[in-house]
Design a protein around this ligand. Structure first.
Ligand SMILES: *[C@@H]1O[C@H](CO)[C@@H](O)[C@H](O)[C@H]1NC(C)=O
Ligand SMILES: *[C@@H]1O[C@H](CO)[C@@H](O)[C@H](O)[C@H]1NC(C)=O
Ligand SMILES: *[C@@H]1O[C@H](CO)[C@@H](O)[C@H](O)[C@H]1NC(C)=O
Length: 534
């Protein structure tokens, strides 16, 4: 009965929507984008397809489609990729090496790593290939899209495509304050005094002392603009000049033309700060309803008894640690725990693997964290897993490797929902103490349970929220939501012209007053002198 009802409702919803169905473009031009990001974005496009919209995927040939959900697009336009198979293999190797290791090196070494530059070039490769390809560009123009859905990571090719096709676009972001994304770009003020800006130093929070505020200002005005210039501005400007794409707009203006920003953020984790009307939080978008565990895993975790189990994974792109030494160390520490451990790992069996540790090349992470016996998540700090752990109330031990993971980890630590370890300074004692603290001190569990409550306490699901706002700007555009700060220059935005005007005007008034007073004074003096001489 309920099935029939649901079927009728779906039918009704479909027939209702068909009249207003829109055509979306979903570009996937970068060879280096991450599966977890596509999973987020296609979660939204899948819902749009289910509501009767058309979604056309634009994809460079030979690109991995890991993370794309089935049924998340209705057609595709694939354009040529001149790379040989060896070159493609090399690209994926660079991607692997840059992302997949628990690095045994300092931060500076990893920045200086020559493969870093290849990495950036690869980001824009697919974009330049698209603009070289006139047939594909013509085809795209003929399609007359209503809107583009984009998820820029470190390349903003999508905003150039939108400008070229003259199609409005929405911007989805799962990261926080990287050079590729921060609130400044949406015109939202970021006061350094209480919004921590750094991704590097440990633990700047929303309560900073004088020296920390100096540091924060240095990151905001010093390091970030440099990163922005090299990572975002320069390649985008080069693209605009080479293919004559709206050269009247600066790269920043291209980016801030987005109708809305769908942001993977929750106040359960974030420090409170200003946001704008077109800045829509959709935290926990990819958290699915938990399914029962596969039988072998269920048996294994049930065997843990009252001690429960620990989940150890480094995300979708990382399957092993930098060295056998580190793997051996983890296996040794795990083998001494009363808990059971489920470890996502691919490689030779670590030396001290205990019988309480189960190694798997893939984990149903969401379902494991939802399990009542889950005690701790050991993780790199990626946004998806951190939100899952908060949602299910599981304390975290984070070892940030790259990207936004450092900032996520800092927030988790600041909110007392877990601990952060520097992956370069791991040793057996440090690891053991951290795991022990997380398991025995009750405040971690209490804090993360409170976070879980805050994250779940909302008017609508993140997916419904995203779909609502996309359809809202489809109907009305985004101009009524966009802060005018995005259109202003530095002088106007900071009212420097107004301050200068007021200073000049009051100087003139003061000077006139001075002249009048001096005139009167002289006049009086003259009179009294005259009276005296009389
Ligand atoms: C694109 O469409 C073609 C033809 O329908 C199909 O063979 C191909 O697998 C599709 N590519 C993707 C990424 O879906
Ligand atoms: C990190 O590298 C140094 C030198 O290359 C080495 O001595 C040390 O054992 C490594 N640490 C780990 C945990 O592998
Ligand atoms: C695991 O190993 C420990 C000590 O080596 C032993 O006491 C225990 O019985 C073993 N457990 C299982 C399930 O084999």
């Amino acid at each position: 009965m309920t099935k029939i009802l649901r079927f009728l409702m779906v039918l009704l919803a479909c027939s209702f929507d068909l009249g207003e169905s829109a055509k979306f473009l979903l570009p996937a031009t970068s060879l280096l984008s991450m599966p977890s990001h596509y999973m987020s974005l296609t979660t939204i496009t899948k819902a749009l397809v289910e509501r009767g919209h058309e979604v056309v995927l634009l994809i460079i040939d030979k690109k991995e489609t890991k993370g794309f959900l089935p049924g998340s697009y209705t057609a595709n336009i694939t354009y040529a990729n001149p790379m040989t198979d060896e070159e493609i293999a090399y690209v994926y190797k660079i991607k692997g090496s840059a992302m997949s290791i628990l690095k045994n090196s300092t931060f500076l070494e990893s920045v200086m790593d020559p493969s870093g530059r290849d990495f950036q070039k690869m980001m824009y490769f697919g974009c330049f290939e698209l603009f070289k390809n006139e047939d594909t560009l013509r085809k795209l123009k003929q399609e007359r899209f209503d809107m583009m859905l984009t998820f820029p990571v470190m390349d903003f090719c999508d905003s150039a495509i939108a400008a070229y096709l003259d199609v409005p676009y929405t911007l989805f972001t799962g990261t926080r304050r990287t050079p590729a994304f921060h609130e400044d770009m949406a015109g939202i003020p970021i006061p350094n005094s209480y919004v921590p800006f750094s991704s590097f130093t440990p633990l700047l929070t929303d309560r900073m002392n004088f020296l920390e505020r100096v540091q924060n200002a240095f990151f905001h005005y010093g390091l970030h603009p440099i990163g922005e210039y090299f990572i975002t501005y320069r390649p985008l400007r080069h693209l605009q000049r080479t293919y004559d794409i709206r050269q009247d707009l600066t790269p920043w203006q291209l980016i801030t033309r987005a109708e809305i920003w769908l942001c993977h953020n929750t106040w359960a984790l974030e420090h409170p700060r200003p946001i704008g009307p077109n800045w829509i939080p959709i935290p926990g978008l990819t958290i699915k309803k938990p399914k029962p565990l596969p039988e072998d895993l269920e048996t294994f975790v049930q065997g843990s008894g009252e001690h429960g189990f620990i989940v150890f994974t480094l995300g979708s792109m990382t399957t092993s640690l930098a060295s056998d030494g580190i793997n051996d160390m983890f296996s040794k520490v795990f083998s001494e725990l009363p808990q059971r451990v489920i470890w996502r790992y691919v490689g030779p069996s670590p030396r001290y693997l205990g019988n309480n540790t189960l190694i798997k090349d893939w984990l149903p992470q969401n379902d494991l964290l939802a399990h009542p016996k889950a005690r701790v998540l050991i993780y790199h700090g990626g946004s998806g897993g951190v939100h899952e752990a908060i949602h299910y109330g599981v304390p975290m031990l984070l070892m940030p490797l790259a990207g936004d993971q450092g900032q996520n980890a800092n927030l988790v630590a600041a909110k007392g929902m877990g601990l952060v370890l520097d992956p370069n300074e791991l040793d057996e004692a440090i690891l053991k103490t951290a795991i022990h603290d997380l398991l025995t001190e009750e405040r971690y569990k209490a804090n993360v349970m409170k976070g879980s409550g805050i994250l779940r306490d909302r008017l609508a699901s993140p997916l419904d929220t995203a779909v609502f706002w996309i359809e809202h700007v489809l109907k009305f555009g985004g101009d009524h939501l966009r802060l005018r700060s995005t259109e202003m220059g530095f002088i106007q935005l900071n009212s420097l012209d107004v301050i200068a005007f007021v200073v000049v005007l009051s100087s003139i008034l003061i000077y006139i007053n001075y002249l009048i007073i001096r005139g009167c004074y002289r006049c009086i003096c003259k009179k009294t002198r005259k009276q005296k001489s009389d």
